[in-house]
Design a protein around this ligand. Structure first.
Ligand code: AMP
Length: 377
């Protein structure tokens, strides 16, 4: 059994990436008395606004990575596209309990899907192609709808095209020719999308947050509802698959796995090696949030047993929603508004989220309806 060293306040936590996830991690760490340093190229980024120190540099600037490692007692990250050389450097100095392996897998859809398949877990049928010709050949083996995605770098629906019929074949071929390393997947006509957010300690102890049901709009998470409307069979399959992957990758920290539900079956979609947008509801609805539990895991503290205190709905606030949310905030008593301190409210940019909790699901839904009457999200 492995154990990482215990980091206690006021020791320093270093975070690579200064967006909203780093900001919420920092807020949790600050409550506990830790100090936080963030590495991000944008001065005054969302995390820097609440951290003790910022190193302003590119994420792959090795001098900056060395400085962050030097001044921090433990280092974590808030996004998966961390430079692997940088991650390995920090890991070798014993300061990256999450390790570089989970990053290597989640940065690459081929490795991610292959790992799931090798573990005999259900995934949509897929094929890897590296150019237009291979794409054409592979598509002959697929029925429509299907989807083609770049193997690296895509997020929130960027870097993928849905292929509805053979009329979209040429578009897919051009996409593969341009992007080279791509994955073609069968399109699952799912009933629901869910995610399992969990936290694992270096000792192997694992705690699961309640499964979240996720609705997307234009490929961006719109709303998370907890408890998810799923039966026990699905719940068991989702937790079992998660445990297998968590152990296989030796995860440390908070991690999320997104899945499709179709009848009594699940299909694994993708993984995030960090706290996840669909886990934001845990801040108000659980006795411990995904961020606090993450800090506990990377600092070698025992994990808190998780309880759902109240049913929750979390709704994302995009740039175009911001004015309406501020208006609703000033005239409705419910809804915990979180804004991330981003300077420009660009369309589709995640500016914040609002979480509703109440003692019953009906009361929670009433709160959401009341809030939405005052705005349009
Ligand atoms: P991803 O970037 O892989 O998470 O995809 C973004 C969103 O596209 C997912 O949350 C789904 O709503 C949808 N999607 C992606 N892949 C598939 C698939 N194979 N079948 C059905 N929907 C998909």
């Amino acid at each position: 059994m492995q154990k990482n060293k215990t980091i206690l306040p006021p020791q320093m936590i270093g975070i690579i990436g200064g967006g909203q996830l780093g900001r919420m991690m920092t807020l949790s760490a600050k409550y506990m008395g830790y100090r936080v340093a963030v590495l991000d190229p944008t001065p005054g980024c969302p995390t820097a606004q609440v951290a003790d120190k910022q190193i302003v540099a590119a994420y792959d600037d090795m001098d900056a990575i060395k400085e962050l490692t030097e001044i921090s007692d433990v280092v974590t990250y808030e996004f998966e596209n961390v430079d692997l050389k940088a991650a390995t450097y920090i890991e070798q100095r014993g300061k990256l309990p999450q390790g570089a392996y989970a990053l290597e897998i989640t940065q690459n859809r081929e490795k991610e899907k292959q790992l799931m398949k090798d573990a005999n877990l259900p995934v949509p049928k897929f094929s890897i192609v590296t150019n237009g010709k291979e794409c054409e050949a592979a598509l002959a083996d697929f029925t429509y709808p299907a989807v083609i995605k770049t193997c690296s770098g895509g997020y929130d629906g960027k870097g993928q095209i849905k292929l509805t019929s053979s009329a979209d074949q040429q578009q897919a071929i051009d996409f593969a020719e341009k992007n080279q390393h791509c994955i073609i997947e069968h399109w699952v006509t799912f009933d629901k999308e869910i995610s399992v957010v969990f936290t694992r300690a270096a000792s192997g102890a694992i705690t699961f947050f309640p499964i979240a049901e996720n609705d997307h709009k234009d490929h961006i998470l719109y709303q998370t509802t907890v408890p998810a409307g799923i039966n026990e069979t699905i719940e068991r399959k989702a937790y079992d698959a998660t445990k297998i992957l968590a152990d296989k990758m030796n995860i440390v920290g908070t991690f999320a796995i997104e899945m499709f539900v179709q009848g009594d079956d699940i299909y694994l979609n993708e993984m995030a090696p960090r706290p996840h947008n669909s886990g934001h509801y845990t801040i108000e609805a659980c006795n411990v949030s995904q961020f606090t539990q993450h800090v506990r895991a990377i600092c070698g503290l025992p994990l808190t047993e998780i309880q759902l205190l109240q049913p929750a709905t979390m709704i994302n606030v995009l740039g175009e929603d911001l004015a309406g949310v501020l208006q609703a905030m000033s005239s409705t008593p419910n809804g915990f508004v979180h804004l991330y301190g981003k300077d420009e409210a660009k369309t589709k940019r995640k500016m914040g989220h609002v979480t509703f909790i109440a003692e019953t699901e009906a009361k929670r839904t009433d709160q959401v309806d009341q809030f939405l009457q005052k705005t349009v999200l």
